[in-house]
Design a protein around this ligand. Structure first.
Ligand code: NAD
Length: 476
């Protein structure tokens, strides 16, 4: 069916499929057609994966940094060679445009290369002690990791979940989203083909709550890494308490964008509109609440709506498409609910606001204006192609609104005033702040949030250290 690859689990280096297991139907969101049946793990599958992860850790923790670097470098090369096939599979199972999927492959290539270097710089330190005594601080891999990756970045999320533990010397059991298995499997396969032992990194799929309870309940797992909604993150943190697991939580956001009258508005609009609609808005750092100084509100709102309405929406495989369908049936349903509810609160719909066609999960780029804070969409992450534009009376009110919600992932501000930029950098509660830019991530930069958006960054040296524990040896 098209060129979608066969999907399976990969346990202890072996492809696992069939055997009377339950299955999950993988759907192409551009047309609603079933493109594969994915086998789901039963408890014995998870036990096998756990045993393998324990063996894998015993072996990989002793690997040298150059050995780990060689695997990551090799996998990066293979991902580049396979870029087109992986990107096409991601479009078929997730819906985003081919150009975006190709970029996602490059993101993982960049991350693996960064960690290939960074894993060779896991330095400890020697403390000052009287002559004849010594104390040394060293870093060791935390242990087997259970990692859960969602469907919105089907290549990038698994890349993050696998790259850091492998670089640190951990083993990892990845449960990627059942909706987007092929991309995750392609990332893992590149690592295995580059020489990673099969018990070091594995992929299982299943009923999410069954898998997380089973893995987090095992004394063999030492860390849980999750990307997804805050509600599921809190649930996993509760499960993690029994075995006192290390946690990395990359959770929801509700990105505020502070637009000041002194900003370069055309540049802001040309940058922000495609950033908002990237991946049909299904991005945790998506800009969502646009807080705009009153004097430039009308100009910004009409420029935004014009650009959003002109964006070509279609099948992600069509080179003309600039935005694909939403990833699953739940998303357009959520958009209809949130937009409808905002309307009843008095919001104006400047463009969009409804589904496109009756095949697949397409939703029009949507711009809402003057949305009261009582509307659900002002408080709940829309995770879709909907921008909220509200006029605001100056900096203090804008910062207060930006910080009103319990989330603190990405925030953006557009202003040419350097003093104001420094004030915002200090006052806006967010893990990442883009000043006159939407480029807020990179292999070398920590990616993560504060407050209900989570803790424990991914990427950068911080992402590697999130997979390491500290040991201090005192010698008398
Ligand atoms: P959801 O909240 O049920 O699932 C989110 C992700 O968590 C999925 O990948 C799912 O497989 C996983 N998950 C769910 N329950 C789990 C469990 N008990 N153990 C382990 N993993 C579990 O619902 P959804 O419809 O997929 O997404 C809804 C919302 O989640 C979105 O609106 C968005 O707010 C958020 N989300 C955030 C991200 C992100 O990048 N931070 C990614 C995907 C979804």
């Amino acid at each position: 069916m098209n060129d979608y690859p066969a999907v399976s689990m990969i346990i202890a280096g072996e492809r696992v499929t069939g055997g009377g297991r339950r299955t999950h139907a993988v759907i192409n969101p551009a047309n609603g057609e079933v493109i594969a049946q994915l086998p789901l793990a039963e408890p014995p599958d998870l036990d096998r994966a756990l045993d393998a992860a324990a063996r894998g850790f015993a072996r990989w923790r002793k690997s040298t940094a150059p050995e780990r670097a060689a695997v990551l470098e090799g996998a990066a090369r293979l991902l580049l060679e396979r870029q087109e096939a992986i990107a096409r599979a991601a479009v078929l199972e997730q819906g985003k445009t081919l150009a975006e999927a190709r970029m996602e492959v490059l993101m993982v290539v960049g991350l693996f290369r960064f960690y290939a270097g960074e894993c060779q710089r896991i330095y400890g330190r020697t403390l000052v002690r009287p002559e004849g005594q010594r104390a040394t601080v060293t870093h060791a891999p935390v242990g087997p990791v259970a990692a859960f990756a969602p469907w919105n970045f089907p290549i990038g999320n698994p890349g993050r979940k696998l790259g850091a533990p492998i670089a640190a010397g951990c083993s990892v059991i990845l449960k990627a989203a059942e909706e987007t298995p092929a991309s995750a499997l392609a990332v893992l396969q590149a690592l295995l083909d580059a020489g990673l032992p099969g018990d070091v990194a594995q992929a299982v799929f299943g009923v999410p709550d069954e898998v997380s309870r089973h893995l987090l309940g095992s004394p063999l797992i030492r860390k849980v890494s999750f990307t997804g909604s805050t509600v599921v993150g809190k649930h996993l943190m509760r499960l993690a308490t029994d075995n006192v697991l290390r946690t990395t939580m990359e959770l929801g956001g509700h990105g505020p964008v502070l637009v000041f009258a002194d900003a370069d508005l055309d540049r802001a609009l040309d940058t922000l509109v495609p950033h908002k609609l990237r991946n049909a808005g299904q991005v945790c750092v998506s800009p969502t609440r646009f807080l705009i100084e009153e004097s430039v509100f009308d100009r910004f709102a009409s420029g935004f709506a014009e650009r959003a309405a002109a964006l070509r929406v279609g099948d992600g495989l069509d080179p003309e498409s600039r935005m694909g369908p939403m990833a699953n049936a739940r998303r357009p349903e959520a958009m209809e609910r949130l937009v409808g509810e905002a309307r009843t609160h008095g919001a104006r719909v400047l463009t969009g606001g409804e589904r496109i066609g009756n095949r697949g999960y397409f939703f029009a780029p949507t711009v809402l204006a003057e949305v009261p804070v009582t509307a659900a969409i002002m408080n709940e992450e829309p995770f879709g192609p909907v921008a909220i534009l509200n006029p605001m009376a100056g900096e203090a009110a804008m910062v207060e609104e930006a910080n009103r919600l319990p989330y603190g992932l990405a925030a953006y501000a557009w202003t040419e005033d350097a003093r104001r930029q420094r004030r915002l950098a200090a006052e806006v509660e967010a893990g990442m702040l883009g000043l006159n830019t939407t480029m807020i991530a990179g292999a070398d930069a920590p990616f993560g949030g504060v407050k209900w958006s989570g803790h424990g960054a991914e990427d950068g040296p911080e992402g590697l250290h999130a997979c390491l524990v500290t040991k201090t040896v005192h010698e008398g």
